[in-house]
Design a protein around this ligand. Structure first.
Ligand code: SAH
Ligand code: SF4
Length: 359
Protein backbone atom coordinates (compact mmCIF):
# COMPACT_ATOMS: atom_id res chain seq x y z
CA UNK A 1 0.00 0.00 0.00
CA UNK A 2 1.34 3.43 -0.84
CA UNK A 3 -1.20 5.45 1.02
CA UNK A 4 -4.28 4.62 3.11
CA UNK A 5 -7.59 5.01 1.36
CA UNK A 6 -8.94 7.40 3.97
CA UNK A 7 -7.71 10.89 3.42
CA UNK A 8 -8.18 13.06 6.43
CA UNK A 9 -9.05 16.64 5.71
CA UNK A 10 -8.21 19.19 8.27
CA UNK A 11 -11.05 21.62 8.78
CA UNK A 12 -8.47 24.38 8.81
CA UNK A 13 -7.55 23.24 5.28
CA UNK A 14 -3.97 23.03 4.14
CA UNK A 15 -4.30 22.81 0.38
CA UNK A 16 -2.00 20.30 -1.24
CA UNK A 17 -0.82 18.79 2.03
CA UNK A 18 -1.83 15.41 3.43
CA UNK A 19 -1.20 13.55 6.65
CA UNK A 20 2.12 11.71 6.92
CA UNK A 21 0.29 9.22 9.16
CA UNK A 22 -1.38 7.79 6.04
CA UNK A 23 1.94 6.16 5.06
CA UNK A 24 2.89 2.69 6.21
CA UNK A 25 6.56 1.58 5.92
CA UNK A 26 6.11 0.68 2.26
CA UNK A 27 4.38 4.02 1.59
CA UNK A 28 7.25 5.87 3.23
CA UNK A 29 9.70 3.93 1.04
CA UNK A 30 7.75 4.90 -2.09
CA UNK A 31 7.87 8.50 -0.92
CA UNK A 32 11.66 8.42 -0.57
CA UNK A 33 12.01 6.92 -4.06
CA UNK A 34 9.71 9.62 -5.53
CA UNK A 35 12.19 12.15 -4.23
CA UNK A 36 15.18 10.38 -5.75
CA UNK A 37 16.25 8.80 -2.47
CA UNK A 38 16.98 5.16 -1.68
CA UNK A 39 14.07 3.20 -0.16
CA UNK A 40 16.04 2.63 3.05
CA UNK A 41 15.25 6.23 3.99
CA UNK A 42 11.89 4.74 5.06
CA UNK A 43 13.68 3.13 8.02
CA UNK A 44 14.90 6.53 9.14
CA UNK A 45 11.48 8.07 8.74
CA UNK A 46 9.80 5.24 10.68
CA UNK A 47 12.41 5.65 13.42
CA UNK A 48 11.85 9.41 13.73
CA UNK A 49 8.07 9.28 13.44
CA UNK A 50 7.20 6.28 15.61
CA UNK A 51 10.38 5.33 17.47
CA UNK A 52 11.53 8.77 18.59
CA UNK A 53 8.19 10.52 18.26
CA UNK A 54 9.50 13.76 16.76
CA UNK A 55 6.93 16.47 16.18
CA UNK A 56 8.45 18.09 13.09
CA UNK A 57 10.29 17.07 9.93
CA UNK A 58 13.08 19.47 10.89
CA UNK A 59 14.15 17.13 13.65
CA UNK A 60 14.90 14.31 11.18
CA UNK A 61 18.51 15.36 11.10
CA UNK A 62 19.94 12.39 9.21
CA UNK A 63 17.68 12.98 6.19
CA UNK A 64 19.03 15.12 3.35
CA UNK A 65 17.80 18.71 3.59
CA UNK A 66 15.98 18.52 0.23
CA UNK A 67 13.92 15.54 1.41
CA UNK A 68 13.09 17.27 4.68
CA UNK A 69 11.93 20.35 2.78
CA UNK A 70 9.83 18.19 0.45
CA UNK A 71 8.21 16.45 3.41
CA UNK A 72 7.43 19.81 4.98
CA UNK A 73 5.84 20.95 1.71
CA UNK A 74 3.67 17.91 1.17
CA UNK A 75 2.65 16.67 4.60
CA UNK A 76 1.59 17.64 8.04
CA UNK A 77 2.82 15.81 11.11
CA UNK A 78 0.39 16.16 13.99
CA UNK A 79 0.40 13.79 16.96
CA UNK A 80 -2.90 12.77 18.48
CA UNK A 81 -3.44 15.20 21.32
CA UNK A 82 -4.11 13.67 24.72
CA UNK A 83 -7.26 15.39 25.95
CA UNK A 84 -8.16 13.15 28.86
CA UNK A 85 -6.62 10.35 30.86
CA UNK A 86 -8.37 8.23 33.47
CA UNK A 87 -6.48 6.01 35.88
CA UNK A 88 -7.94 2.81 37.30
CA UNK A 89 -7.05 1.52 40.75
CA UNK A 90 -5.52 -1.56 39.05
CA UNK A 91 -3.04 0.54 37.05
CA UNK A 92 -4.98 0.51 33.77
CA UNK A 93 -5.24 3.89 32.06
CA UNK A 94 -7.78 5.05 29.52
CA UNK A 95 -6.83 7.80 27.07
CA UNK A 96 -8.94 10.10 24.98
CA UNK A 97 -7.21 11.49 21.90
CA UNK A 98 -8.09 14.31 19.55
CA UNK A 99 -6.81 13.55 16.06
CA UNK A 100 -5.59 16.11 13.52
CA UNK A 101 -9.10 16.72 12.15
CA UNK A 102 -10.69 16.97 15.60
CA UNK A 103 -12.09 13.40 15.68
CA UNK A 104 -11.92 11.75 19.12
CA UNK A 105 -10.85 8.15 19.85
CA UNK A 106 -9.87 6.15 22.91
CA UNK A 107 -7.12 3.67 23.79
CA UNK A 108 -6.28 1.72 26.94
CA UNK A 109 -2.92 0.90 28.51
CA UNK A 110 -2.88 -2.31 30.56
CA UNK A 111 0.26 -2.93 32.64
CA UNK A 112 1.02 -6.42 33.97
CA UNK A 113 4.22 -6.76 35.98
CA UNK A 114 6.82 -5.11 33.77
CA UNK A 115 4.85 -5.61 30.59
CA UNK A 116 2.52 -3.19 28.88
CA UNK A 117 -0.27 -4.08 26.47
CA UNK A 118 -2.00 -1.29 24.59
CA UNK A 119 -5.51 -1.64 23.28
CA UNK A 120 -5.86 0.73 20.32
CA UNK A 121 -8.70 1.88 18.07
CA UNK A 122 -8.73 1.21 14.33
CA UNK A 123 -11.74 3.38 13.55
CA UNK A 124 -13.55 6.26 15.20
CA UNK A 125 -16.86 4.58 16.02
CA UNK A 126 -17.98 1.37 14.32
CA UNK A 127 -20.64 0.50 11.78
CA UNK A 128 -21.33 -3.05 13.05
CA UNK A 129 -23.97 -2.18 15.66
CA UNK A 130 -23.33 -5.09 18.05
CA UNK A 131 -26.11 -4.84 20.63
CA UNK A 132 -23.87 -5.22 23.71
CA UNK A 133 -21.10 -2.80 22.64
CA UNK A 134 -20.89 0.87 23.57
CA UNK A 135 -18.84 1.72 20.46
CA UNK A 136 -21.43 0.17 18.16
CA UNK A 137 -24.13 2.40 19.60
CA UNK A 138 -22.37 5.60 18.61
CA UNK A 139 -22.24 4.80 14.86
CA UNK A 140 -19.32 5.10 12.48
CA UNK A 141 -17.19 8.21 12.02
CA UNK A 142 -14.10 7.28 9.97
CA UNK A 143 -11.23 4.82 9.56
CA UNK A 144 -8.02 5.75 11.32
CA UNK A 145 -4.73 6.08 9.47
CA UNK A 146 -1.86 3.62 10.06
CA UNK A 147 0.16 6.27 11.88
CA UNK A 148 -2.80 7.25 14.05
CA UNK A 149 -2.90 3.63 15.26
CA UNK A 150 0.86 3.40 15.85
CA UNK A 151 0.91 6.76 17.63
CA UNK A 152 -1.80 5.65 20.08
CA UNK A 153 0.42 2.73 21.11
CA UNK A 154 3.67 4.73 21.16
CA UNK A 155 2.20 7.63 23.12
CA UNK A 156 0.57 5.36 25.70
CA UNK A 157 3.93 3.59 26.17
CA UNK A 158 5.63 6.97 26.54
CA UNK A 159 3.08 8.00 29.19
CA UNK A 160 3.82 4.81 31.16
CA UNK A 161 7.55 5.20 30.63
CA UNK A 162 7.59 1.61 29.37
CA UNK A 163 8.11 -0.17 26.09
CA UNK A 164 4.86 -1.60 24.68
CA UNK A 165 5.32 -5.36 24.68
CA UNK A 166 2.04 -6.02 22.87
CA UNK A 167 -0.83 -4.24 21.19
CA UNK A 168 -4.37 -5.37 20.46
CA UNK A 169 -6.82 -3.90 17.95
CA UNK A 170 -9.64 -4.18 20.47
CA UNK A 171 -10.51 -0.54 20.94
CA UNK A 172 -13.09 1.20 18.83
CA UNK A 173 -13.77 -0.07 15.34
CA UNK A 174 -13.85 -3.19 13.18
CA UNK A 175 -10.25 -3.62 11.98
CA UNK A 176 -11.20 -5.54 8.83
CA UNK A 177 -13.50 -2.72 7.73
CA UNK A 178 -10.26 -0.71 7.58
CA UNK A 179 -8.07 -3.60 6.44
CA UNK A 180 -5.29 -1.73 4.62
CA UNK A 181 -4.93 0.93 7.27
CA UNK A 182 -4.91 -1.64 10.09
CA UNK A 183 -2.22 -3.74 8.42
CA UNK A 184 -0.23 -0.55 7.84
CA UNK A 185 -0.60 0.34 11.52
CA UNK A 186 0.52 -3.14 12.60
CA UNK A 187 3.55 -2.89 10.29
CA UNK A 188 4.60 0.41 11.85
CA UNK A 189 4.29 -1.22 15.29
CA UNK A 190 6.15 -4.34 14.15
CA UNK A 191 8.91 -2.41 12.35
CA UNK A 192 12.27 -2.77 14.15
CA UNK A 193 12.81 0.98 13.86
CA UNK A 194 9.21 1.77 14.79
CA UNK A 195 7.83 0.20 17.96
CA UNK A 196 9.62 -3.12 17.51
CA UNK A 197 6.71 -5.22 18.78
CA UNK A 198 6.91 -8.85 17.63
CA UNK A 199 4.14 -9.84 15.18
CA UNK A 200 2.82 -12.56 17.49
CA UNK A 201 2.28 -9.90 20.13
CA UNK A 202 0.15 -7.85 17.76
CA UNK A 203 -3.46 -9.03 17.82
CA UNK A 204 -6.32 -8.16 15.51
CA UNK A 205 -9.84 -8.78 16.78
CA UNK A 206 -12.64 -9.02 14.23
CA UNK A 207 -16.36 -9.42 14.62
CA UNK A 208 -16.11 -12.08 11.89
CA UNK A 209 -15.49 -10.28 8.60
CA UNK A 210 -14.58 -13.43 6.66
CA UNK A 211 -12.72 -11.83 3.71
CA UNK A 212 -10.42 -10.16 6.23
CA UNK A 213 -9.67 -13.50 7.91
CA UNK A 214 -8.83 -15.04 4.51
CA UNK A 215 -6.57 -12.12 3.70
CA UNK A 216 -4.77 -12.14 7.03
CA UNK A 217 -3.98 -15.83 6.55
CA UNK A 218 -1.94 -14.89 3.46
CA UNK A 219 0.05 -12.02 5.01
CA UNK A 220 3.74 -12.73 5.56
CA UNK A 221 3.75 -11.64 9.22
CA UNK A 222 2.60 -13.88 12.06
CA UNK A 223 0.02 -11.48 13.49
CA UNK A 224 -2.39 -13.00 16.03
CA UNK A 225 -6.09 -13.33 15.24
CA UNK A 226 -9.04 -13.11 17.62
CA UNK A 227 -12.65 -13.47 16.49
CA UNK A 228 -15.65 -12.25 18.45
CA UNK A 229 -18.02 -15.21 18.30
CA UNK A 230 -20.44 -14.52 21.20
CA UNK A 231 -22.87 -17.17 19.97
CA UNK A 232 -22.65 -20.28 17.81
CA UNK A 233 -26.42 -20.25 17.27
CA UNK A 234 -27.20 -18.34 14.11
CA UNK A 235 -30.38 -16.57 15.30
CA UNK A 236 -28.76 -15.40 18.50
CA UNK A 237 -25.63 -14.22 16.71
CA UNK A 238 -27.68 -12.38 14.10
CA UNK A 239 -29.48 -10.55 16.87
CA UNK A 240 -26.35 -9.75 18.89
CA UNK A 241 -24.14 -8.91 15.90
CA UNK A 242 -26.30 -7.74 12.99
CA UNK A 243 -23.30 -6.30 11.14
CA UNK A 244 -21.85 -9.74 10.32
CA UNK A 245 -25.08 -11.50 9.33
CA UNK A 246 -23.89 -12.03 5.82
CA UNK A 247 -21.06 -14.30 6.92
CA UNK A 248 -22.99 -17.17 8.46
CA UNK A 249 -21.48 -19.46 11.09
CA UNK A 250 -20.51 -22.41 8.85
CA UNK A 251 -18.65 -20.00 6.57
CA UNK A 252 -16.94 -18.33 9.53
CA UNK A 253 -15.88 -21.70 10.93
CA UNK A 254 -14.55 -22.81 7.57
CA UNK A 255 -12.49 -19.61 7.24
CA UNK A 256 -11.09 -20.08 10.74
CA UNK A 257 -10.24 -23.74 10.28
CA UNK A 258 -8.38 -22.98 7.06
CA UNK A 259 -6.67 -19.99 8.72
CA UNK A 260 -5.41 -22.31 11.49
CA UNK A 261 -4.32 -24.95 8.99
CA UNK A 262 -2.60 -22.53 6.68
CA UNK A 263 -0.76 -20.54 9.35
CA UNK A 264 -0.33 -23.11 12.12
CA UNK A 265 -1.49 -20.39 14.50
CA UNK A 266 -4.32 -20.72 17.00
CA UNK A 267 -7.07 -18.09 16.73
CA UNK A 268 -8.89 -16.99 19.88
CA UNK A 269 -12.68 -17.08 19.96
CA UNK A 270 -13.96 -14.27 22.16
CA UNK A 271 -17.21 -15.14 23.91
CA UNK A 272 -18.86 -12.49 26.09
CA UNK A 273 -21.24 -14.38 28.36
CA UNK A 274 -24.64 -12.70 28.67
CA UNK A 275 -27.00 -14.20 31.25
CA UNK A 276 -29.98 -16.01 29.74
CA UNK A 277 -28.81 -15.16 26.23
CA UNK A 278 -25.78 -17.18 25.23
CA UNK A 279 -25.11 -19.22 28.39
CA UNK A 280 -28.03 -21.66 28.12
CA UNK A 281 -27.35 -25.41 27.67
CA UNK A 282 -28.28 -25.22 23.97
CA UNK A 283 -25.92 -22.28 23.43
CA UNK A 284 -23.07 -24.00 25.28
CA UNK A 285 -23.59 -27.17 23.20
CA UNK A 286 -23.42 -25.11 20.01
CA UNK A 287 -20.26 -23.38 21.22
CA UNK A 288 -18.61 -26.71 22.00
CA UNK A 289 -19.57 -28.05 18.56
CA UNK A 290 -18.17 -24.93 16.88
CA UNK A 291 -14.87 -24.96 18.76
CA UNK A 292 -13.98 -28.64 19.00
CA UNK A 293 -11.72 -30.50 16.64
CA UNK A 294 -9.46 -27.71 15.39
CA UNK A 295 -6.76 -25.39 16.67
CA UNK A 296 -8.53 -22.64 18.62
CA UNK A 297 -8.82 -21.18 22.06
CA UNK A 298 -11.98 -19.86 23.70
CA UNK A 299 -11.76 -16.76 25.88
CA UNK A 300 -14.83 -16.32 28.06
CA UNK A 301 -15.58 -12.75 29.09
CA UNK A 302 -18.35 -11.98 31.56
CA UNK A 303 -20.15 -9.23 29.61
CA UNK A 304 -19.63 -5.64 30.71
CA UNK A 305 -23.10 -4.17 30.90
CA UNK A 306 -23.35 -0.95 28.90
CA UNK A 307 -26.00 1.69 29.34
CA UNK A 308 -29.08 1.10 27.26
CA UNK A 309 -28.33 -2.55 26.44
CA UNK A 310 -30.33 -5.36 28.05
CA UNK A 311 -27.31 -7.33 29.17
CA UNK A 312 -26.49 -8.92 32.49
CA UNK A 313 -23.51 -10.97 33.60
CA UNK A 314 -23.98 -14.59 34.51
CA UNK A 315 -22.97 -15.73 38.00
CA UNK A 316 -19.32 -16.71 38.42
CA UNK A 317 -20.31 -20.34 38.87
CA UNK A 318 -22.00 -20.27 35.47
CA UNK A 319 -18.86 -18.91 33.81
CA UNK A 320 -16.79 -21.69 35.42
CA UNK A 321 -19.36 -24.27 34.26
CA UNK A 322 -19.07 -23.12 30.62
CA UNK A 323 -15.28 -23.23 30.84
CA UNK A 324 -15.46 -26.76 32.27
CA UNK A 325 -17.83 -27.93 29.51
CA UNK A 326 -15.37 -26.67 26.89
CA UNK A 327 -12.39 -28.34 28.54
CA UNK A 328 -14.24 -31.63 28.84
CA UNK A 329 -14.72 -31.51 25.09
CA UNK A 330 -10.98 -30.94 24.64
CA UNK A 331 -11.29 -27.24 23.83
CA UNK A 332 -8.77 -24.87 25.40
CA UNK A 333 -10.65 -22.23 27.43
CA UNK A 334 -9.78 -19.33 29.70
CA UNK A 335 -11.77 -16.71 31.57
CA UNK A 336 -10.68 -13.15 31.00
CA UNK A 337 -9.51 -11.20 34.00
CA UNK A 338 -11.17 -7.86 33.85
CA UNK A 339 -9.08 -4.70 33.91
CA UNK A 340 -10.01 -1.06 34.24
CA UNK A 341 -13.69 -1.64 35.01
CA UNK A 342 -13.85 1.33 37.39
CA UNK A 343 -12.98 3.71 34.56
CA UNK A 344 -15.11 2.02 31.85
CA UNK A 345 -11.94 0.86 30.12
CA UNK A 346 -12.97 -2.78 29.90
CA UNK A 347 -13.91 -4.50 26.66
CA UNK A 348 -16.59 -2.86 24.63
CA UNK A 349 -16.86 0.19 26.85
CA UNK A 350 -14.95 2.61 24.68
CA UNK A 351 -17.35 5.12 23.27
CA UNK A 352 -17.77 8.20 21.22
CA UNK A 353 -19.65 9.84 24.02
CA UNK A 354 -17.15 12.66 24.34
CA UNK A 355 -17.69 13.51 20.71
CA UNK A 356 -20.18 16.29 21.20
CA UNK A 357 -18.86 17.40 24.51
CA UNK A 358 -16.54 20.26 25.04
CA UNK A 359 -13.45 18.36 26.12
N1 SAH B 1 -14.57 -4.75 16.52
C1 SAH B 1 -13.69 -5.76 16.94
C2 SAH B 1 -12.66 -5.31 17.94
C3 SAH B 1 -13.07 -4.32 18.98
S1 SAH B 1 -14.17 -4.84 20.24
C4 SAH B 1 -14.47 -6.93 17.46
O1 SAH B 1 -15.67 -6.81 17.67
O2 SAH B 1 -13.88 -8.00 17.62
C5 SAH B 1 -13.11 -5.79 21.32
C6 SAH B 1 -13.83 -6.94 22.01
O3 SAH B 1 -14.76 -6.48 23.00
C7 SAH B 1 -14.66 -7.80 21.06
O4 SAH B 1 -14.44 -9.16 21.35
C8 SAH B 1 -16.06 -7.39 21.40
O5 SAH B 1 -17.01 -8.33 20.99
C9 SAH B 1 -15.95 -7.23 22.89
N2 SAH B 1 -17.03 -6.50 23.52
C10 SAH B 1 -17.77 -5.49 23.03
N3 SAH B 1 -18.67 -5.07 23.93
C11 SAH B 1 -18.49 -5.83 25.03
C12 SAH B 1 -19.12 -5.87 26.30
N4 SAH B 1 -20.08 -5.02 26.62
N5 SAH B 1 -18.68 -6.78 27.19
C13 SAH B 1 -17.67 -7.64 26.88
N6 SAH B 1 -17.04 -7.64 25.71
C14 SAH B 1 -17.45 -6.75 24.78
FE1 SF4 C 1 -17.86 -2.81 16.37
FE2 SF4 C 1 -16.53 -4.70 17.68
FE3 SF4 C 1 -18.24 -3.07 18.96
FE4 SF4 C 1 -19.18 -4.91 17.31
S1 SF4 C 1 -18.05 -5.29 19.21
S2 SF4 C 1 -19.83 -2.76 17.40
S3 SF4 C 1 -17.62 -4.93 15.74
S4 SF4 C 1 -16.35 -2.47 17.98
Amino acid sequence: MAEASTQVDRPSGEPGRTDIAARDPEGLGALAVEHGQPAYRARQMVAWLYGRLVRSFDEMTDLPGALRAALEDRFWLTHPEMVDIQRSSDGTRKYLWRLADGVLVESVGIPTDERLTVCFSTQAGCAMRCSFCATGRGGFVRDLLPGEMAWQVALVAQDFGLRASGAVAMGQGEPFNAYEATLGGLRLMNHPHGLGIGARHLTVSTSGVVPGIDRLAREPEQFTLAVSLHSAVQDTRDRLMPGVRRWQLPRLREALVSYAERTGRRPTLEYALIAGENDTPAEVDALVAFARGWLCHVNLIPVNPVTGAQTARPAEAKVAEVAAALRRAGVEATVRVERGADIDAACGQLTQRHRDEDV
